[in-house]
Design a binder for this molecule. Structure first.
Ligand SMILES: *[C@@H]1O[C@H](CO)[C@@H](O)[C@H](O)[C@H]1NC(C)=O
Ligand SMILES: *[C@@H]1O[C@H](CO)[C@@H](O)[C@H](O)[C@H]1NC(C)=O
Length: 111
């Protein structure tokens, strides 16, 4: 019994370390993410569009030049990393549900 409890506790610990909850949405139906017209709002907080990403260690926000916003999970990017692109900017963060913002908080000037 003790061993079983230890195994369960260990599994919970490992599980916690390898998954993260991120907002998962887009307001562009051409993208594969679940569509929420509100995904492009500045302080996004819709509990219906939270996804638990197994094996992810961060969250991602992509802001397109036309105003479209896409949110999801990410792997291997430090908090505040930002990649400006020709039609969209992608930034990364590493906390639970941290991708509720746009990218203006991230270091987008010095990628
Ligand atoms: C979008 O946000 C507005 C204002 O918070 C809310 O009334 C509406 O139900 C939301 N739409 C969806 C599809 O969740
Ligand atoms: C997403 O929302 C933004 C801001 O409201 C808007 O500018 C943009 O056109 C929307 N994208 C799509 C594909 O509807």
């Amino acid at each position: 019994m003790k061993l079983l409890l230890a195994a369960v506790a260990l599994a919970a610990l490992i599980h916690q370390g390898t998954s993260i909850n991120c907002y998962y949405c887009t307001n562009n139906s051409a993208q594969p993410n679940p569509v929420d017209p509100n995904c492009s709002t500045p302080d996004y907080a819709d509990p219906n569009f939270i996804h638990e990403w197994a094996d992810a260690d961060g969250c991602r926000t992509a802001v397109y030049t036309d105003g479209t916003v896409e949110r999801g999970g990410a792997w291997g990017h430090p908090n505040g990393e930002c990649h400006p692109g020709w039609d969209h900017t992608t930034c990364y963060c590493t906390g639970e549900l941290c991708n509720n913002q746009f990218c203006d908080w991230a270091d987008c000037e010095n990628p």
